[in-house]
Design a protein. Structure first.
Length: 373
């Protein structure tokens, strides 16, 4: 029994790397297949602005000639510059339940990163902290929501068996209309609005370029002190907006700014959980996947609060309560009464405290791992 590692060198091999993912989820009712077009764009240096400050090497593992796993080794020089460290990353990891295969993949990624001066390998990141991240370690009995990861139950054992240690846990909270939109929340958010001159303004999609200037400033300043955070560059936020715009096209009220006396001091983005539609698109094809997204939005019964941030100098004053109230109220007007707030760092005291005050249930945990290399 022998394991062979093949570096991905061509576009054809990159396509093989992408489609190999299907091998590991055959028959799994909770896996949501990604759209192949999205995977191709993320991994294409010509189309993903990440490659302007990062690099990625893909590897495929074969055991006795049978494709059995894959991994990406990733460098992100913006992360290293901001955090003044020498961390490299791995992502897009898949493997059969075989420690030998997993070890061969980790060895390949580890060696590639070490050759580039990295001293720690962290992941999974697909490929950055601003994309889908983390290994699911509990909450396997339901599908992931939009832009959250999912993996077989045995993956944590493969990583820990190789020597990875926990770097940080990321929490996902379950929220429901009945438990969140309480008389207390309504009373508190009304007081905050009146006391501080708080108003809410929808993102104007007709002048998106101008709105993105505001979003970039709010996003980068609101998250700059977070563990592992990396500021988005102009091209990256433009690409993110282009990806999310089709999803938000029919739910434009799900993206809004929080204003204090007319000045933006926070913003929120909530996404309809299109995974409820894509889970039936088992081959990951754009057609019929895109057609289903256009015609079956009424099937969506939950949402994900993907971004909710307030500038540091305005925190602790209750502005987040106004935004939570608006999110839940607006979702309910769409007939959406449940959702997920994710992800939240395990040591983000303010956000975890807010989840508790909102009667949210912590129902999934994702984990990032470190390995000294």
């Amino acid at each position: 029994m022998s394991v062979t590692i093949h570096p991905v060198e061509t576009a054809r091999e990159r396509k093989r790397f992408i489609t190999l993912q299907w091998k590991f989820y055959e028959g799994d009712p909770y896996w949501v297949p990604p759209l192949l077009a999205d995977r191709r764009k993320i991994l294409d240096p010509r189309k993903n602005p990440f490659f302007r400050h990062g690099d990625m090497k893909l590897f495929i593992a074969e055991k006795d000639g049978v494709p059995s796993g894959r991994i990406a080794a990733i460098t992100n020089e913006n992360h290293n510059r901001i955090h003044e460290d020498t961390v490299g990353f791995f992502g897009f990891f898949e493997s059969v339940e075989d420690g030998e295969v997993a070890a061969a993949l980790f060895d390949a990624a580890r060696r590639w990163l070490r050759e580039r001066g990295k001293t720690v390998m962290r992941g999974p990141m697909n490929p950055t902290v601003n994309d889908d991240v983390g290994l699911l370690v509990d909450g396997f009995d339901m599908p992931p929501v939009i832009l959250m990861t999912y993996n077989p139950r045995y993956y944590p054992a493969l990583l820990e068996g190789y020597g990875f240690r926990k770097a940080k846990d990321l929490y996902a909270y379950r929220i429901t209309y009945d438990t969140v939109l309480t008389p207390k929340l309504e009373r508190v958010q009304n007081i905050v609005r009146e006391r501080y001159g708080i108003t809410i303004r929808d993102v104007d999609f007709s002048r998106l370029a101008e709105e993105l200037v505001i979003v970039k400033e709010l996003y980068n300043r609101s998250w700059e002190k977070n563990w592992g955070a990396v500021a988005l560059e102009n091209e990256e936020i433009d690409a993110l907006a282009a990806d999310l715009k089709p999803v938000l096209a029919k739910f434009q009220e799900f993206a809004f700014f929080c204003l204090k006396h007319g000045e933006p001091i926070g913003f929120a983005v909530t996404l309809p959980d299109i995974n409820q539609i894509l889970i039936t698109n088992r081959r990951g094809r754009l057609i019929p996947g895109a057609f289903k997204l256009l015609t079956q939005t009424k099937r969506i019964s939950q949402m994900r609060i993907i971004l909710l941030g307030v500038l540091p100098e305005h925190r602790g004053l209750g502005f987040d309560s106004v935004m939570y109230y608006e999110i839940i109220r607006r979702a309910a007007l769409r007939g959406i009464y449940t959702g997920e707030a994710s992800w939240v760092l395990e040591d983000n005291v303010m956000m975890n405290r807010a989840a508790k005050l909102l009667n949210a249930e912590r129902y999934k945990t994702y984990r990032l791992y470190d390995l000294d290399i």
